[in-house]
Design a protein around this ligand. Structure first.
Ligand code: ADE
Length: 236
């Protein structure tokens, strides 16, 4: 899978993508990550990428021309995703769907926003990683890349299939234990030592539901969000 990331802060990605599972996926050629520096496409000698908002108000808005020029250098670009707190909430369903794309391009939003025509003309999906505002779209791009890359077939070992993950079945994950059997007076539940796979499966299902009910009752109440949230018509 090819993941292109267009950003004003390429240095932010260095450490994160050079460690652990993402680095292994890249080394195994299961994922290729290309970082494109938006500043290279800024206008004029000062490489300007932003400007004041029409209508007044604080902050600077990313201009459309540098973004268009940066996008032109990534071909194919696949689905183009804009990270923004105004986007649909990014979920495991998005991660799974996007992990099946051969190529995606993530455009990191910044400053106070991005000119709306960028969304109208170039963006397939606007995604947010949560109801809070970060200083930029770089951390969301890393979060999404991590969630997507680990789902690419072959990236996780056979022993760590993700079908038991929290959110995979719309529930939080059941509790997990490892050795020692007793730690500070707390014992591993007997059923997990029983070797009875059906009992273990039932216990895990029950405790996953209990945990979900306690922490995220909304997951049990609402229908699971679908991934059909694209704005194909180019709306913002
Ligand atoms: N940019 C700033 N905050 C963000 C968020 N919560 N999700 C995605 N992009 C963002």
């Amino acid at each position: 899978m090819d993941i292109n990331i267009i950003t004003l802060f390429p240095g932010m990605f260095e450490g994160v993508f050079q460690e652990s599972i993402i680095a292994r996926a890249v080394a195994k050629d299961l994922a290729r990550i290309r970082i494109v520096h938006l500043r290279d496409f800024g206008l004029g000698p000062h490489r300007v990428v932003d400007d004041m908002p029409f209508g007044g108000g604080g902050g600077m808005i990313l201009k459309p021309e540098p973004i268009a020029a940066a996008l032109q250098t990534v071909e194919p670009r696949g689905r183009v995703i804009l990270t923004t707190p105004r986007g649909m909430p990014f979920t495991q369903d998005h991660a799974l769907r996007l992990s099946r794309e051969p190529v995606i391009t993530v455009l990191c939003g910044h400053y106070e926003g991005v000119d709306e025509r960028v969304s109208q003309l170039f963006v397939d999906e606007e995604l947010s990683i949560g109801d809070y505002v970060l200083t930029g779209g770089e951390l969301p791009a890393m979060v999404m890349t991590d969630a997507i890359v680990r789902l690419i077939p072959g990236v996780l070992g056979r022993d760590s299939l993700h079908t038991g993950d929290s959110h995979y079945h719309g529930l939080l994950e059941h509790p997990q234990y490892t050795r020692p059997r007793v730690y500070m007076g707390l014992s591993v539940p007997e059923v997990l030592l029983s070797g009875n796979h059906e009992d273990i499966r039932r216990w895990r299902e029950m405790t996953a539901k209990e945990k979900t009910r306690a922490v995220r009752p909304d997951l049990l109440e609402e229908p699971r969000p679908t991934t059909g949230n694209d704005h194909e018509e180019g709306g913002g």
